[in-house]
Design a protein around this ligand. Structure first.
Ligand SMILES: [Zn+2]
Length: 446
């Protein structure tokens, strides 16, 4: 089995037309199920004058209304414990995860036994795609408490790999596990794997020489697809890096890198992807950059129909060099994180790209967005790891940001190395101090 290239060759290499026919069949069933069993969808679609029977092509989904995080919050707990978006009774649900609540009240994501089984089969496929094989020792270093990524370790086990359920533990303990058991693969966040590598080096462990990690999976932040961050991680660890993308509302991982590392293959048999214009909500052709909108095709407990993810990106549906035909998504950032300086759209991921490519500064940074005279500005905090004075480093950072992004930061603060706070899991690097008025004035938050 080790030599088998695909987890499910028939499914992963379907022709585009076969894949779309499968999507259409599943979409029609999912919509009919949602309409018959979810009080919210029935009401919303009746109001919008649409019906599942109207869907003859995938494009017909465009007639249906969007939902967003707010819809989930507003319908949660209404009528029943699971709320009005759910389409099954509570006795049919075997698992719930919750969102992190980083953008408000945490929302509950329920799974039936079949949903959960298909979730783990999808995860196994994505792990296999990332090269995890039965001979691997895999460390799952993600939070198990309520988090949808926690159970993904079951998917890893389905590949036949030996799985070590570590969870979110202090870095000393994780390093102990890496040293004692010499695992070959690990999943954690981009910021954490960098901080962990630095910590290892400080305590006399060289990850390249003293540890056996060959594959690193990261998710939860943009860094896994940003070249400079990828290099920062592989420099320390000497391992191959795979970026994963998950959504608490759907699966712990919905999409993942293959060995080509060009975009993340999304499980298109489970998720139908649309891209819409940020401001008008109009559908964009595949390949154009906009907000990603996801529709689940098989989830029974709580169908997700036209969910605005808040993530900005695009999908490429052309075949990949690896032979897989499922589309590849490229995520550039969160809609909420984007800010506009002098009419230029700035994504924190672009700033990260610049910082991580500069040898004179460390991998740690923070960004503060603020306003002055009703104008949006940004400040960047970096650490000097060179022999040059801080003023020279400030100049280098300003010039690099101006060259790449088009607008320079109002302030660059240069700190001594090791003085910015190290993140343990999901890094909070962006401090947004704008008032709502200015955010609205700049057309954001739409
Ligand atoms: Zn591929």
């Amino acid at each position: 089995m080790d030599n088998q290239k695909y987890w499910d060759e028939g499914l992963e290499t379907l022709s585009r037309s076969e894949l779309e026919a499968l999507q259409l069949k599943n979409l029609r069933e999912e919509l009919a199920h949602a309409y018959a069993n979810s009080p919210y969808y029935k009401r919303a679609w009746d109001e919008a004058g649409v019906h599942p029977d109207d869907v003859k092509t995938l494009g017909d989904l465009n007639k249906f209304p969007f939902i967003e995080k707010k819809t989930q919050r507003d319908t949660q707990g209404v009528g029943s414990f699971l709320g009005e978006l759910a389409a099954v009774q509570e006795e049919d649900v075997v698992f719930v995860s919750t969102s992190s609540g980083s953008t408000g009240v945490p929302t509950l994501s329920p799974f039936t036994a079949q949903d959960f089984d298909e979730f783990q089969d999808t995860e196994a496929r994505l792990f296999w795609q990332a090269g995890i094989r039965p001979k691997d020792r895999y460390v799952h270093a993600l939070n198990f408490a309520l988090y949808v990524g926690g159970p993904d370790v079951i998917g890893a086990q389905r590949t036949g790999a030996l799985c070590i359920w570590v969870g979110a533990v202090p870095s000393e303990r994780l390093l102990f596990v890496l040293k004692t058991y010499q695992p070959t693969a690990i999943w954690t966040s981009p910021s954490y794997i960098i901080a962990l590598g630095e910590k290892a080096l400080q305590s006399g462990i060289d990850p390249k020489k003293n540890l056996s990690i060959k594959k690193i999976i990261v998710a939860g932040e943009m860094g896994g697809s940003i070249g400079a961050t990828r290099h920062a991680i592989t420099d320390i660890w000497g391992a191959e890096l795979y970026d994963f993308y998950g959504l608490s509302d759907i699966f712990g991982a919905c999409a993942a890198h293959c060995e080509v590392h060009d975009g993340l293959h999304i499980a298109e048999d489970h998720i139908y992807v649309e891209t819409i214009d940020l401001n008008t909500g109009e559908l964009l052709p595949p390949g154009e950059r906009g907000e990603l909108v996801f529709t689940t095709l098989r989830k029974k407990a709580r169908p997700i129909i036209r969910f605005r993810t808040g993530d900005i990106g695009r999908i490429d549906i052309t075949p990949c060099k690896c032979g897989r035909t499922h589309g590849r998504i490229y995520v550039d950032g969160r809609k909420d994180d984007m800010f506009i300086v002098s009419a230029v759209n700035v994504y924190p991921s672009d700033i990260e790209y610049v910082i991580r490519a500069l040898p004179e500064v460390s991998n740690e940074y923070t960004i503060r967005i603020f306003e002055e005279n009703y104008t949006c500005k940004y400040e960047v905090n970096v650490e000097n790891v060179s022999d040059q004075p801080d003023t020279a480093i400030g100049e280098i950072v300003v010039n690099a940001l101006k060259a790449r992004i088009g607008v320079k930061p109002a302030i660059v603060n240069v700190h001594p190395n090791g003085t910015l706070e190290r993140s343990t899991h999901k890094a909070k690097r962006v401090i947004d101090q704008r008032t709502e008025t200015v955010a609205e004035l700049h057309g954001e938050g739409i």
